[in-house]
Design a protein around this ligand. Sequence first.
Ligand code: AMP
Ligand code: MG
Length: 473
Amino acid sequence: MNAIPFDNSYARLPGSMHVGVDPTPVSAPRLIKVNEPLARGLGIDPALLTAEVAVGNAIPAGASPLAQAYAGHQFGNFVPQLGDGRAILLGEVIDVTGKRRDIQLKGSGRTPFSRGGDGRAALGPVLREYLVSEAMHALGIPTTRALMAATTGERVHRDAALPGAVLTRVAASHIRVGTFQFFAARQDFEALKLLTGHVIDRHHPQAKGAENPALALLDAVMEAQASLVARWAQVGFIHGVMNTDNCSISGETIDYGPCAFMDAYDPGTVFSSIDTHGRYAYQNQAPIAQWNMARLAETLLDLINPGREEAIRIATERIGDFPAIYAKYWLAGFRKKIGLAGAEDGDLGLIQAMLDAMRLARADFTITFRILSNGGEPEALKDWLPGWRDRLARDPQTPEARRALMRSANPAYIPRNHLVEEMIAAAVERRDFAPFEAMLRVLMTPYGEQPGAERYAEAPAEPDGAYRTFCGT
Ligand code: AMP
Ligand code: MG
């Protein structure tokens, strides 16, 4: 293994889709972490991943650094040009399994899309994204990955002066609903057609041979998003800022800003300080995903059917299917969480009754399901357990198989908010990265109890109802 084996397909798309821009060098780069297993999986020799590369001071041979153009609805309001304001795509590689992956620097300086921003990222949000995205991957949930994190030796100015850092992010692609919106808003149908073709080849090749490829693409993205958001629900994950520019066409979780995992179960939970109306609350994530899919459909209308009315009729019908698609994934996942291999009509009611009991008791979401998986009897579920046992009696499985099923669907370890904050404080205040390393290690195997890791499985002493997260800017 020598140079990074770049093969940059996005850079070969027309120039209206991106702007070539180099990272802005920084004074004193220092590596925090290189994700060596991920590097090897990408076919990259980890020795090439130096601090200079991690901050963008050195551009690896074969890279074609560029900022991608995209628009987006932010909290429901359309912004025709958003980014990339602080991310630079170095290029793409084909990984060892044959999949194309983007390699992107986030926080590496200004781009032509930066508007008033400095193009930089602070250390805290970089560590949060590194840790939470890798935890999501270990949980088995589609996500962008973290390849490297490095400090810049420079300060970024937010409310306070904070240490600057750069995250190297890996994704199936960084193409978002907002990428389609960028060209639709400009009525650039040539670009939309090329983008659609690129995305079908890259992410949803099954749409290629379809009678109506654009419609098949919409179906495929809806399926991927429904499946993804159901997976979030099953681990108590709240993305926090599900704007259309943070909604990936590949169906990966992207842009870990004000995200957080729920501790006590409450479907109304909101963490983000800027989400004053609770638009992106836990229980709204599926309807918002559907709303985002409608915004994608709008950009595809001309490709779906040349007759505008007919196109709208077809697309509206498809978007109307989203709740049922989501419900299918949601129910399949929650059936596993309560140990069911088969299906009965009453299962939805049974699961809902469990969640209702948890909400009333403010029971910890993760711990309650884990106790159940390990044969325990969560206090909050006393009245619910007999009905569950009756149902289990009609679901033939050995106790061992059921236990294994439940343990594989109910993690012991999630990135607990109070521990994420503790980890960030140690790094920002003392450049102590030991808590980051320790927490990352535990979160890499979330489905098996680890001796000595008990504190990572505990709920916070104080309920997290007042916990607030801030956008990673
Ligand atoms: P985010 O909240 O990270 O999804 O960012 C929303 C948009 O603002 C994206 O287009 C970002 O590229 C841009 N942005 C966020 N922070 C900065 C920054 N510090 N400098 C320039 N652009 C930024
Ligand atoms: Mg974003």
